[in-house]
Design a protein around this ligand. Structure first.
Ligand SMILES: *[C@@H]1O[C@H](CO)[C@@H](O)[C@H](O)[C@H]1NC(C)=O
Ligand SMILES: *[C@@H]1O[C@H](CO)[C@@H](O)[C@H](O)[C@H]1NC(C)=O
Ligand SMILES: *[C@@H]1O[C@H](CO)[C@@H](O)[C@H](O)[C@H]1NC(C)=O
Ligand SMILES: *[C@@H]1O[C@H](CO)[C@@H](O)[C@H](O)[C@H]1NC(C)=O
Ligand SMILES: *[C@@H]1O[C@H](CO)[C@@H](O)[C@H](O)[C@H]1NC(C)=O
Length: 830
């Protein structure tokens, strides 16, 4: 049992030791780095000496920068059309103001963000009609893309990779990230770094980085991850981003992609500054992995060995101020909102609207143009370009969600503790299904791992995410595991008996003197020998203290364990190993599933969630198999169902939920209904008996504590012993029936009464009179009705040793020990 654990440990240690770490570059890497730096210096020199319009493929004017040279056959001829398309969108969103801003004629808008704050305030007050834009777009936007009509007259270029980048040494000619679908989804995370900004003539331009996840039918998992760098023109909310790689020095030529001479010079000044400092950093750095701005770094040999060419992207984004206009948010107010988000002081500002951006994406080497879906081509209802929260709003939501989850987990623990207190004795623990609790603990394990991983990635919400993870940890590893071990211990004999022939339901620890045939043949017809054995009545004092009883019970329990198990701690170790291996396996499988195609992934997720929410099913099954009820407290059942369902229903049904999962209302309803059905089955089992809808013979026979008592039993000796009065009320019944015009005797109800040895009160029971055949019995029970038939029988319990008690009394007793209070005979569990 130890070997898998050791293997796992060795595997983890190997992973730890063999993972690459950043060391000094080898001499060959140093040479490579020097070449790279020389090339970058060259490209920067070209950029410095160039002017706007120096890249014009249609007139045969090229830049001497990798990817922009003539003869490389990249689709630069389309660039002017793409720029026109972007201008069109700008004009649609901003009107004439957009063009004026592009030309730098409209005066600067440089409020907030620490750039001479006082003057900016004055200016923005003077220009109240200025279109408001977010100055800091750090955050994420997502939406749908479609192929632009520009793609139609664009042939995929045929590029000779050998001439384009002879040093790159690609192993294939197949391009990665080649978008072939006609539409798909897209997510873009934007990150504006602090400090890398430049004010030129009052206009502010800032460096910006982004990570795009682009998805179409052929993309793996969520889509291709694309690292982008670029500039953000804050006066009109325009952003240009580009990829940079060994065969495409996009960032060095980015100013030439801008829309006007004014923005060209802004971008050029900024990049001149940032790129030269980046190159200086590279020269002085000892580590080759600091390769800014390259998207690939040669410090990983595998990257060079198996490098495949990738499509390069140029992305134009334009902020859409529509939402601000609709809400009447002026640019001054927007600045206040942004400040308040970033440095909360509690100032009364309106809530921050989501960012909305339109996008045009152009791939010069794979030859396609994509656009975000939205107005004016699409109705705002069907698609609204790219939309999403600023990072602060997102983090706020994340913290809220995390706290919410922490509350849920704490309540779950509370319910679990109450349930554990309730199920404190072996006889009560043996009713609880191991798998019900195990599935719940698995779910908490997922929560734990989820919050831990996300917490590592999101620094800003680290604290709240980790505290939630900690509560989930308590839930799994402390309380859940303790309960599981308790159940596992108590139910150990039962698992061993599983190999035996069916019918061995009585798995409760039995005293050593018991004959095995007795335990295996339930329900026993109460035989004369049982009477004989029962007759020396041993009455336990009612004030016998519980601790003593429990100690005795434990002793017998341990006896049984010792008889049959060699080493209980070994079994517990196996339980630990199995539980954590299954949990880890599921987590790894789920991580792996994130790279599956979308339909497969959603099927996987739905199956996983469905299996998780089936947690009451094992309990229902156990109730049926062991014919027992009252395993779990009702507050536990209802509470756990609600608490575990709530986050899932939230994710499935709330649009814009924290995980950006597409909603599926029908699935949410189906899942809720499934849990609801399971609860109702549990309720019915409680009320109608655990096997209310199970045909005879489907489940192993079990002792029926609520038998129909007949007068015939009196003769056959099956009637509970010790009834005192033979039904004075028989006369009443007779007189009643004779009043009703002399009915036949089968209809007459008879009653007997006994003493309950536990509460010393009378038990009055209706007796089915003698002479009623089986056909008559059916008719009789029909006339008595379901209510007083089944429910009436629930009032008393008859033990196999033919003692009768009130159900409440005996159940209370059996929670503590499974022995008849009168004769100490072992009782089958309820
Ligand atoms: C680029 O920056 C350098 C200093 O880093 C400066 O000397 C040079 O004039 C700048 N060139 C242009 C075209 O702005
Ligand atoms: C481009 O730059 C390289 C230096 O890296 C130089 O050798 C080459 O002659 C230049 N080509 C043109 C057309 O200027
Ligand atoms: C690419 O160019 C190299 C040299 O310029 C040439 O030898 C090779 O045949 C070309 N490859 C293709 C597929 O045209
Ligand atoms: C933009 O906001 C983010 C998140 O608050 C912050 O980390 C970043 O420094 C800000 N950038 C600027 C330029 O202020
Ligand atoms: C991209 O895929 C299309 C369709 O499969 C193909 O025609 C085109 O040549 C591919 N582009 C590149 C650069 O491989």
């Amino acid at each position: 049992m130890d070997s898998p654990r050791i293997l796992l440990l060795i595997f983890l240690l190997l992973l730890l030791f063999l993972s690459p770490d950043n060391q000094q570059p080898s001499p060959s890497q140093r040479v490579e780095l020097d070449n790279l730096i020389a090339e970058e210096r060259n490209a920067l020199g070209v950029l410095r000496s160039s002017r706007y319009g120096d890249l014009d493929a249609n007139r045969g004017i090229w830049l001497n920068i990798t990817g922009f040279r003539g003869g490389n056959a990249l689709a630069w001829g389309v660039l002017p059309k793409v720029k026109d398309r972007v201008r069109e969108q700008l004009k649609y969103l901003l009107g004439e103001e957009g063009q004026r801003k592009l030309d730098g004629l409209d005066g600067p808008v440089t409020a907030g963000a620490g750039v001479d704050g006082g003057k900016a305030w004055d200016r923005s007050q003077a220009k109240e009609e200025q279109t408001p834009f977010y100055q800091n777009v750090t955050g994420m936007v997502y939406g749908k893309w479609t192929r632009s009509r520009l793609s139609q007259d664009l042939r995929p270029p045929h590029i000779n990779l050998t001439t384009l980048a002879p040093w790159a040494g690609f192993v294939t000619r197949e391009y990665d990230r080649n978008v072939t679908g006609s539409s798909g989804k897209l997510q873009l995370r934007l990150d504006e770094k602090t400090g890398v900004g430049l004010v030129v003539g009052g206009d502010l331009v800032r460096e910006i980085a982004g990570t795009m996840t682009l998805q179409d039918e052929s993309s793996p998992g969520d889509g291709w991850e694309i690292g982008l760098h670029g500039v953000h023109f804050q006066s009109f909310g325009g952003i240009i981003l580009t990829t940079t790689s060994e065969k495409f020095a996009g960032l060095f030529a980015l100013p030439h992609l801008s829309l006007s001479p004014h923005t060209y010079s802004l971008a050029k000044d900024l990049l001149n500054k940032t790129l030269s400092s980046a190159i200086l950093k590279q020269e002085s750095s000892i580590s080759a992995s600091l390769m800014y701005p390259r998207s690939y770094s040669p410090s990983h040999p595998s990257d060079i060995l198996f490098s495949t060419p990738r499509c390069e992207y140029i992305v134009y984004l334009q902020q859409d101020p529509m939402e601000f206009r609709v809400r009447g948010v002026s640019s001054a107010t927007l600045n206040l909102i942004e400040d308040e988000l970033r440095f909360p002081t509690g100032a009364p500002v309106p809530g921050a609207p989501d960012m909305v951006m339109s996008m045009t994406l152009f791939s010069p080497d794979c030859g396609f143009v994509l656009e975000s879906m939205g107005p004016p081509e699409f109705t705002p209802q069907s698609a609204g370009h790219l939309k999403g929260p600023k990072i602060e709003s997102f983090l706020w939501l994340a913290r809220r969600f995390s706290s919410f989850f922490a509350i849920i987990c704490s309540l779950q623990i509370l319910l679990l503790i109450r349930q554990m207190n309730e199920a404190a004795t072996p006889s009560t623990v043996s009713r609880v299904s191991f798998y019900t609790i195990a599935i719940m603990a698995m779910g908490d394990g997922f929560v734990l791992m989820g919050f831990l991983t996300v917490g590592i990635y999101i620094d800003a919400a680290f604290l709240s995410l980790f505290s939630t993870a900690f509560i989930a940890f308590l839930s799994v590893c402390v309380f859940g595991m303790r309960f599981l071990i308790a159940i596992w211990r108590v139910q150990a004999p039962e698992r061993r008996e599983r190999g035996r022939p069916a019918g061995s339901v009585n798995n409760a620890p039995s005293p050593a003197g018991q004959t095995p045939s007795r335990t295996e043949s339930l329900p026993p017809p109460v035989t004369a020998s049982a009477v004989n054995r029962a007759s020396p009545v041993i009455i336990l004092p009612p004030d016998q203290d519980l601790a003593a009883a429990e100690a005795e019970e434990n002793a017998t329990d341990q006896n049984t364990n010792q008889r049959t198990t060699t080493d209980p701690s070994n079994a517990i170790g196996a339980l630990y190993t199995r539980f954590y291996i299954i949990l880890l396996g599921l987590i790894f499988l789920s991580l792996y599933a994130t790279s599956w195609p979308e339909t497969l992934r959603s099927i996987y997720a739905n199956v996983l969630v469905f299996t998780y929410l089936s947690f009451w099913t094992p309990q229902i099954y156990r109730n049926v198999m062991r014919n027992c009820r009252k395993a779990l407290r009702w507050d536990f059942v209802i509470g756990q169902s609600i608490l575990r369902l709530t986050p899932i229903v939230y994710v499935y049904s709330v649009p814009d939920n924290i995980m950006y999962i597409e909603t599926d209302g029908r699935m949410a309803i189906a899942l809720t209904a499934w849990v609801w059905v399971q609860i109702w089955i549990l309720v019915s089992q409680e009320v109608l008996g655990p096997r209310f809808a199970v045909p005879n013979g489907w489940a192993p026979p079990a002792y029926d504590y609520h038998p129909v008592l007949r007068e015939d039993d009196l003769e056959s000796g099956a009637m509970p012993i010790g009834f005192t009065q033979v039904a004075e009320e028989e006369d009443v019944g007779k007189s009643n029936s004779s009043m009703a015009a002399g009915e036949a005797s089968p209809r007459v109800k008879r009653r007997r009464s006994w003493d309950c040895a536990i509460c010393m009160q009378d038990i009055v029971v209706h007796i089915v009179p003698s002479g009623s055949s089986s056909g008559n019995e059916a008719a009789g029970s029909a006339s008595v009705g379901l209510g007083s038939g089944i429910l009436g029988r629930r009032g008393y319990m008859v033990t196999p040793c033919r003692h009768i008690f009130h159900s409440q009394c005996l159940e209370g007793w059996m929670r503590v020990r499974l022995q008849c209070p009168i004769c100490r005979e072992t009782l089958p569990p309820v």
